[in-house]
Design a protein around this ligand. Sequence first.
Ligand code: SF4
Length: 251
Amino acid sequence: MLLEFNEQTVADEARSLEARYGNLEPLDVIELAIDHLFNEEIAVVSSFGAESSVLLHMIAQIDRATPVLFLETGKHFPATLRYRDQLVSELGLTDVHDIHPLKHSLKDEDPFGALSMTNKDRCCYIRKVEPMARAVAPYRAWMTGRKQFQASTRSSLAVFESVGSRVRINPLAHWTSADLKAYMSAHELPPHPLVAEGYRSIGCMPCTSPVKDGDDDRAGRWAGSDKTECGIHLTGLTDQLSNISLTDSNL
Ligand code: SF4
């Protein structure tokens, strides 16, 4: 009952923040969130993918010590891991955390590392959703690099939204692909090396392919299946966060 009350309060808070600040420029949203709204209780989740450098560059301008959470699924392209190291070094980020799946989950459910071929939802759950919930549980809010233009499923994405009893902030929600390119160019940010090979949204190696001109950026994620999201942005995360909030031993 207390948890439900808290979730309703946070949902109201997110709606109020969206009404007041949802049209600010991304850098202003980030400064507001880090310096005024959530202080030391905020993190950023980054995939170190095709456009991740923009949000991370903005965050570095406000506070390089902002915790950066990277879901190290064990299935990334080697190029992504090298790109992560390059960006961390060039932007001077000082508090980057690799978040790994639970060892016993891998041992019990994916001992051969092939679960993505037989059950992608379960693979995403043990490699992304549960680790994500564990990673953000200590914070009151976290930021993501999601944008409305990326896919039809994100077309009404808000800057401020609630996830259970926490606030999720998408500072770049209204930015276009052209905005991102212009920002990367103006600040000479290095591109992810796979962008040149046609990858416009980059996740785990077994589930990511290049896309054609005119396709959604995310069309290359889980191509050939009905899956469009890994679950870290969907209700499964809310459920998992509720479980973790109630079970300290999971923290
Ligand atoms: S994106 Fe693919 S490999 Fe990565 S966690 Fe999900 S199913 Fe597994």
